[in-house]
Design a protein around this ligand. Sequence first.
Ligand code: PHE
Length: 355
Amino acid sequence: MIERVSEIEKQAAAEISAASSSSELEALRVQYLGRKAELPQLLRDVSQLPPEQRGEAGKAANQARQGLEALLEARAALFEVEEMTASLAEDSVDVTLPGSPAESRGHHHLLSATRREIEDVFCGLGYSVVEGPEVESVHYNFDALNHDPAHPARGRSDTFYVEGGGEGADQILLRTHTSPMQVRIMEQTPPPIALIVPGRVFRRDSDATHTPQFHQIEGLLVDEGVTLADLKGTLLAFARAIFGEERELRLRPHFFPFTEPSVEVDVSCFMCSGGALPGGDRCSLCKGTGWLEVLGSGMVDPNVFAAVSEHGYDPDTHQGFAFGLGIERIAMLKHGVPDLRFFYENDLRFLRQFG
Ligand code: PHE
């Protein structure tokens, strides 16, 4: 019997040492130490041996069982660590991977993106951003901005008036430009000031290049000793930030009731050189002129300062410049958008090009 015990022990120890997983170990445990296995059976049979053999045989069988149990335990502990490490590696989740299916990411509408881009440029130059009412009075939209009583923009064919909305200067309308904010700002804030005013404006117009509602950004800077050169330098910085560092500016004399002198500002075309494409063809963006009209501006008219003189604006000591640009126009030029109406149709095939 002692020989058989040691045979079993040897064989079991060899197999346990060769096992390659905890499930194999478990099978070996059942095979050699389970209830129906030979070694426990031998242990149970010890009591039937002649008394003088019992001590030695019992001791041998017990030691064999304890030895095998210890071996099984040691191997099991090893596999536990190995298998845990493997399963951790297998189950690990890369939280930086996109979800499944990958979620598409939204983006700003081209007009919002363009407005923000322009705001960034002027914030960088120290300007603040303010907004104002879309529903205005004749006083702020026209009178305080020095519009002649017969100015054509006042006509019902050009401007949306609100029915029953007051008389004369108090008549209510949808603002036709962001310029009324020039006056509102100066009424509220003493000089020096530097602000831009983005917002919606409304005109009775509708075709490929005009919609009844569009967006402008007004700019206003007032201080002492401000000149047209400051205006040009500011707008040059703007043009270069938006259209490229190579850009130049051209100022053309113009007329606005609330600026004097007034200028229309052109930026050198970024698609061509002097109106001609590299192959010699006429540039279609600037129509061969080499210049793109981008905004209206000028030095604040003394009559506008006079309307706010009680708020610290004295035409004898203060000068300022103002400008107004169309956000749609800037976006169309910069991105080659051929029809203004694309901005409002919300066709995703159009919008997604500007993500
Ligand atoms: N308000 C003018 C327009 O809508 C633009 C402008 C703003 C011109 C400020 C001069 C100064 O056409």
